[in-house]
Design a protein around this ligand. Sequence first.
Ligand code: PGA
Length: 338
Amino acid sequence: MFKRGRLGHLTLRQLETFETVARLGSITRAAEAMHLSQPAVSIQLRSLAAAVGQRLTEPAGRGIKLTQAGHDLYQACSELAAVWSRFESQLDEGAALRRGRLRVSVVTTAKYFLPRALGLFVQKHPGIDVELEILNRDGVLARLRDRLDDLHVMSAPPLDWAIEAHPFLDNPLVVIAPRAFQAPRRGELRLADLAGERFLLRESGSGTRMAVDELLARERVRLARRMTVGSNEAIKQAVAGGLGLAIMSRHALSEADLPEIRILQVRGFPLLGAWHVVHWRDAHLSAPAAAFRAYLLEFAAELRGDAGRAPLRASVVDVPRARGGPARGASPRRARNP
Ligand code: PGA
């Protein structure tokens, strides 16, 4: 790898001494900084110049200045230092990923894909202990407020908190109905056409509920019959059983649900939001947290099938492709307030 030659005669200590002298412009100051005697510094500089075969410094006033070869060597030293420090951080990161803890809280709707991403991540890094909390949006925000976790996943991060929120996957909301549902009219439906039906809504505090409430307010639609049900699973069962319609994330539906439930074509749907991975702006991300955040982006690309591999067969079905990926913070369903 290394050509045998001058390098064989150099020591890293000599290079370090030379770099300090060059940076401080004085042998005396370099000796002080390195806790060495002046003659010790001079001897190292002389051996280095002998190994290189050229003068590296020349006297200038009370200090020294670099010759052309000295400048070139100083440049090479800076590059070496950068390469070495990259290598050291790789070592540290590798060690930190061999053991460690990762705490993640996610909204209930993300449980249809997030645990799978965590599972695949832990297969790569088996030494990492994971703690996963699944709560509705209000619950996740409370944990974020109390700084209980490294990372949080939700689709509508609050706009006025000092957080960093990275979008990594579209979250399409769809209108679902029992398979046998007869639409009130032919052709394209509008939400207002369905206002007479019973709607099953998530509890307040849920991100899905917030998105639905915002949509109803925006479209000025009043639902005649509403029923609150506190889980996506229970809502799917109730819809399949003919109790009413619902609006929910496409990610909460699997192939197994589709014989009993159908997705209605309604104007303005799917209503696109984006899943975000969130942490405080001032948080120092641990190596496992930083690695999992990066892994989520990779995972999302695989879910969509645009990582050059076939889409993952998760419970997620037919995820629409993000058009160039949602812009950061530009999610149409992003909440103004928690
Ligand atoms: P939820 O949140 O599971 O509380 O409804 C969903 C979301 O953030 O999109």
